[in-house]
Design a protein around this ligand. Sequence first.
Ligand SMILES: CC(=O)Nc1ccn([C@@H]2O[C@H](CO)[C@@H](O)[C@H]2O)c(=O)n1
Length: 105
Amino acid sequence: MTPTTMTFFQRFEADILSGKKTITLRDDAEKYYAPNSVVTVSTFEEGREFCRLKIVSVEPVLFDALTGYHAEQENMTLAELRDVIQAIYPGIQQLFLVSYQLVDA
Ligand SMILES: CC(=O)Nc1ccn([C@@H]2O[C@H](CO)[C@@H](O)[C@H]2O)c(=O)n1
């Protein structure tokens, strides 16, 4: 089954809603999002729904291949992005880049 929900850490909510953060990098547990599907998004901490996102694409990318362009789409520097990913997924190499668009309410 294609997943219909996604969680984000609460601290990223404002960047998602303002359109400053347009991708997320996940591990292989979350590679099954289907392009053109719409997912309901909630905070990881409290499960509070805060938007819907349309999945644009899901592409494999290696941690070592991350660039400043990926970081820009996360509204971070590349060093910040690498630190965030290592904190969430220690030692990870294979990531999946999920790009999305905010769906109007
Ligand atoms: C809550 C949960 O289940 N998992 C994740 C996993 C990742 N992320 C964010 O995606 C980008 C790259 O990993 C960064 O912006 C991360 O902070 C997130 O918010 N929540």
